[in-house]
Design a binder for this molecule. Structure first.
Ligand SMILES: Nc1nc2c(ncn2[C@@H]2O[C@H](COP(=O)(O)OP(=O)(O)OP(=O)(O)O)[C@@H](O)[C@H]2O)c(=O)[nH]1
Ligand SMILES: [Mg+2]
Length: 535
């Protein structure tokens, strides 16, 4: 049966109730804080933690790495599955900092929608704009949360205008803030005609909500000071005249974004946003793949790896592949074909995530994100199916832009270091090159903060202090072409050659001039800044 509004087959109820989305924004807008409140309202945790926790206070679940906690920033995407109402949410909290954007971009290939968080005082910031464009390329539906309304914020019409202008998307307010900064008392819920009042005293409490019979209801005056009420009535009149109404279809097509106003830290506006995701957010969607897309309504199981993380939990010391199930009903113990190697693997210990915590998953459905512990067989971009040779497409790989040499503090530990680096390379956390001549390793990343994360993780997870130093090289290019031409090129340029963690040849240099020379002198050899992930 076709669903009337979307023209797609009606999904089994277990799949239709799934909402899989990422939370994205410029750094510091409040993604992790919002995520924590989602968990609270979903009943997955009893008490919310804080990003910048002091003393005995509790920390957030999604920033579980040591460096995240020390600095109060997220450096790695973190997945969480929990029930909300009759729905199952699969949420991924992403890092905002551009140095970690490869992780965020990959996450966006594994979700059906994005929640874009903006800071009410700052509006659209550079990283918001970039991430939005990535969502646009994939036609991802976007729901917007304007956060930090408890503080001095910009004019509401101005914020909405800015989203419309800069991001070229229609905006419909789902709620409307009443008062600004210290006078902010709550929101008027435009979708349900309700007044939502914020409780500043108790940050973990669900806001008080008062049913209202339209804006002329005398009950409003009991809760809203006269001057704010007058402004609210004027504003809402203007909104209803000038702005498009909520339209589920336009949201699903990615041409309209509803915006909620709130304060994540005060748990305000969060429940309304969650209701919005449940009621208007997309069901699991088809996943681009070759030679054909994977469809959520198919009964056969298919899924793909969009992230790999080593040592998530010191107790387990293994690698976990984050798999987005794209179709079917998965059961523990299933045998699935690993399409890249054509080997059949038995999935005996699949897990569902709650950030660093995990629990054994007896079953999962299209839309879910599950973890598969493994010893390195599963790589980013890999596809698992019940036999068909499908391959997921569109998982990005960024060119390394910064290179540094890395050495173990203790030279006797070089072998240990090699092992650690190989694991991080397989995780996709860095590119690792072993030069043909000389010792040591060269690490390539997209942003400088990644070096710090690596140093901290190598020390933390492998008990191995390391030093990163300037490298004589600044660029890396993968070498491709007929074997004979490549061999000749390699033997004539040994001082520039290295191998990556798969043993593939990489040309290292500091001069564009060198690259131009190779192109001229070795016409059969091709140099590329990124390596295709699925070979
Ligand atoms: N005043 C106020 N502060 C908030 C609110 N929500 C979050 N914050 C604070 O803003 C800071 C950043 O919050 P995070 O949740 O870490 O932001 P993030 O978007 O996850 O940051 P990255 O992951 O590093 O990109 C923290 O100090 C939070 O306590 C809010 O509603 N009001
Ligand atoms: Mg964060």
């Amino acid at each position: 049966m076709l669903d009337q509004s979307t023209n797609r087959p009606e999904l089994p109820p277990e799949i239709a109730r799934r909402r899989t989305f990422a939370i994205i924004s410029h750094p510091d807008a409040g993604k992790t804080t919002l995520t924590e409140k989602f968990l609270l309202y979903g009943g997955a945790i009893q008490m919310a933690g804080q990003v910048r926790a002091k003393g005995e206070s509790r920390r957030t679940r999604s920033d579980y790495m040591k460096m995240e906690q020390e600095r109060g920033i997220s450096v790695s995407a973190s997945a969480m599955s929990f029930d909300f109402d009759t729905y199952r949410f699969n949420l991924v909290d992403t890092p905002g900092h551009s140095d970690f954007s490869e992780d965020t971009y990959r996450t966006l290939t594994a979700v059906d929608a994005a929640v874009m968080v903006i800071d009410g005082a700052k509006g659209i910031e550079s990283q918001t704009q970039k991430l939005f464009e990535v969502c646009r390329l994939r036609d991802l539906p976007i729901l917007t949360f304007c956060n930090k309304m408890d503080r001095e914020s910009r004019d509401t019409f101005e914020i909405i205008d800015e989203i419309q202008e800069n991001l070229a998307i229609d905006v419909t307010p789902a709620s409307w803030p009443i008062g600004v900064g210290r006078d902010f008392i709550g929101c008027y819920d435009l979708l349900r005609d309700r007044l939502e009042l914020m409780d500043r005293a108790d940050r973990n409490k669900v806001a008080e909500s008062i049913s209202i019979n339209g804006l002329d209801d005398p009950k409003l005056a009991e809760h809203v000071p006269a001057d704010l009420l007058e402004k609210l009535r004027e504003d809402v009149e203007m909104v209803r005249e000038l702005m498009p109404p909520m339209d589920a279809k336009a949201l699903l097509e990615g041409t309209l974004t509803p915006i909620w106003f709130g304060s994540a830290i005060n748990s305000f506006g969060v429940k309304e946003l969650m209701d919005g995701i449940a009621n208007y957010g997309p069901e699991p969607q088809p996943q681009p793949a070759t030679p054909r897309a994977m469809l959520p309504e198919e009964t056969k199981v298919a899924g793909f790896v969009f992230k790999v993380q080593a040592n998530m939990d010191a107790k387990h010391r293994d690698r976990v592949a984050f798999v987005r199930l794209a179709s079917g009903h998965f059961r523990r113990g299933m045998k699935l074909t690993h399409v890249r190697s054509k080997k059949v693997i038995s999935i005996s210990n699949p897990v569902l995530f709650l950030a660093a915590d995990r629990e054994l998953a007896e079953e999962a459905w299209a839309g879910d994100i599950i973890g598969i512990p493994n010893h390195g067989q599963l790589r980013i971009g890999d596809t698992l199916t019940e036999g068909e040779a499908l391959r997921v497409t569109g998982i990005p790989s960024f060119a390394p832009e910064l290179l540094q040499t890395v050495r173990a503090g203790d030279p006797m530990k070089a072998k240990h270091l090699e092992k650690a680096l190989m694991q991080f390379a397989e995780e996709g956390a860095a590119k690792v090159f072993k030069p043909m001549i000389g010792s040591g390793f060269i690490v390539g990343v997209v942003g400088a903060l990644q070096f710090e994360v690596l140093a901290s993780r190598i020390e933390q997870e492998y008990n191995l202090p390391v030093r990163f130093e300037a490298s004589q090289f600044t660029s890396a290019r993968w070498v491709a072409g007929p074997k004979e031409a490549v061999d000749k090129f390699v033997s004539e340029n040994k001082g520039h050659m290295a191998t990556d963690n798969d043993g593939d040849s990489v040309y290292l240099t500091r001069l564009q001039w060198d690259i131009d020379r190779v192109v001229r002198d070795y016409p059969d050899v091709k140099l590329t800044a990124t390596k295709e992930m699925m070979l």
